[in-house]
Ligand binder design. Structure first.
Ligand code: SF4
Ligand code: SF4
Length: 439
């Protein structure tokens, strides 16, 4: 028998446990903790250990251990003439129209039907707004007539020629002009269109772009405007950001050319490139199920611009935001797309690579019906919440591992719901009434 009485308490723990294993009531010193209290301590320790273990497992940064991969390169290039915005620009009786539908007769009936719908941004569409739609139209027109400011180009040229790090200088110039992020990547031919197609005067011109690098930048779309999708605020905001993108791309390209470098601006309706996968390769985000770039901090609420150049820039690495897996379990954009234009299932194989696809005819026909560029799939995306510390913390957690993404998706559904509800626009009449009543 192990002696117990009179043994100092701190030396007697092992003895106490052995005794209690044999006889729970044996050898009890009145100073020792009572068996029920000890049981409670053990239970609490067990709960604490299990909780700590579960938290470690839950927050284990599994994904950062994996190699970051950029988007897979398709084995076939795209002809810009086949892009929806080019197809819709063809008008009957022109050589471009005849040539295109001789080569693509299967698209003629659909395209003719869409062309016959209410023209974009014109009265007759569901969400046409005389003020906002006209403002959007003015922004789009300004893109076509814009010429870079000579004084500004001279000033930026001086910065580029000042002898500093050209990579750092060009990035700071672009963010100084209003972009929220900049990334650089080698120009990959896989994402360069084969032929021009948007406008009749350049229709069919082969694209021969041999700049080694592409500098891409992001413009943030205003959160409040996106909450109104698919109303006219969205198309006004898109047009504003496209115009800003054109100003930045053309100003920077002009400054680079004046500094002795080759450069070409890529902006709305004047793209030689498919920007979302290039932006993903440049570390600006990942491409989501909605076929739009999802950027850190802004989600899908971004517009893109680019400059291709031979300026020696440092290439960025692709980033991992957890989008790939999150899109597989989320599907919110596809389920809420009013035109059923997005994939609800697995990623199909397109031009040799697995990628999300959009039924562009359905999407664009809906745009013509409502008279805006819709934007529901951008606005509803859980990554598109406000750029606040809380949402950025959630975005950081989502990057860690698949379990946290399941939890984040459930929480997003609980808090924001699975169905899109557009914030209604306050009419002029309602605004006057509110002011009168002092609310
Ligand atoms: S809404 Fe969901 S499925 Fe769609 S792009 Fe965003 S995260 Fe992916
Ligand atoms: S813009 Fe609208 S119609 Fe087009 S894919 Fe997105 S949600 Fe669907």
């Amino acid at each position: 028998m192990i002696p117990h009485a009179g043994v100092p308490r701190q030396e007697n723990n092992t003895a106490c446990i052995l005794l209690r294993l044999q006889d729970p009531g044996a050898g009890r010193n009145p100073d020792w903790p009572r068996p029920e209290a000890g049981g409670r301590l053990e239970a609490m320790s067990t709960v604490l250990i299990v909780t700590a273990g579960a938290l470690v497992c839950l927050f284990f940064p599994l994904d950062p251990l994996r190699r970051r991969r950029g988007p897979a390169e398709p084995d076939e290039r795209v002809d810009e003439r086949e892009v929806m915005f080019s197809r819709i620009n063809r008008s009957g009786g022109t050589p471009a129209y005849d040539d295109f539908y001789a080569r693509r007769p299967e698209w003629k009936a659909t395209d003719d039907r869409i062309r016959a719908m209410t023209p974009f941004l014109k009265p007759g569409a569901t969400h046409y707004d005389p003020v906002l739609s006209a403002e959007a139209e003015r922004h789009f027109e300004a893109i076509e007539t814009f010429e870079p400011d000579r004084d500004q180009v001279d000033r930026l040229t001086a910065e580029l020629c000042a002898g500093g790090d050209p990579d750092r200088t060009v990035r700071s110039i672009i963010t100084g002009l209003g972009a929220v992020a900049v990334g650089c990547t080698p120009l990959r031919k896989a994402w360069v269109y084969t032929h021009k197609g948007r406008f009749d005067d350049e229709y069919g011109t082969p694209i021969d772009l041999d700049h080694p690098a592409v500098i891409l930048f992001l413009l943030e779309m205003e959160f409040k405007a996106m909450r109104r999708a698919p109303q006219a605020e969205v198309v006004r905001e898109s047009a504003r950001q496209y115009r800003r993108g054109a100003v930045i791309a053309r100003t920077v390209a002009a400054a680079l050319q004046q500094s002795g470098w080759q450069a070409k601006a890529h902006y709305d309706a004047h793209w030689d490139l498919i920007l979302p996968p290039l932006a993903a390769a440049a570390g600006l985000g990942e491409v989501g199920r909605n076929n739009i770039l999802i950027a850190d901090r802004y989600g899908s609420r971004v517009r893109l611009g680019a400059v291709t150049t031979d300026l020696p820039v440092r290439y960025d690495r692709p980033v991992h935001l957890g989008v790939d897996h999150f899109c597989r379990i989320c599907r919110k954009c596809a389920e809420n797309c009013p035109a059923h234009a997005l994939e609800t299932g697995a990623r199909p194989v397109d031009r040799g690579v697995e990628k999300w696809t959009t039924a562009v005819e359905r999407c664009y026909a809906y745009w013509r019906q409502v008279g805006t560029d819709c934007g529901i799939c951008m606005a509803i995306c859980p990554f598109s919440h406000r750029d606040t510390w809380f949402h950025n913390l959630v975005r950081a957690i989502i990057k860690l591992n698949p379990w946290l993404r399941h939890i984040a998706r459930l929480c997003d559904d609980l808090v924001y719901g699975r169905e899109w509800t557009s914030r209604r626009k306050e009419t002029d009449h309602a605004r006057v009434q509110r002011h009168r009543s002092g609310r």
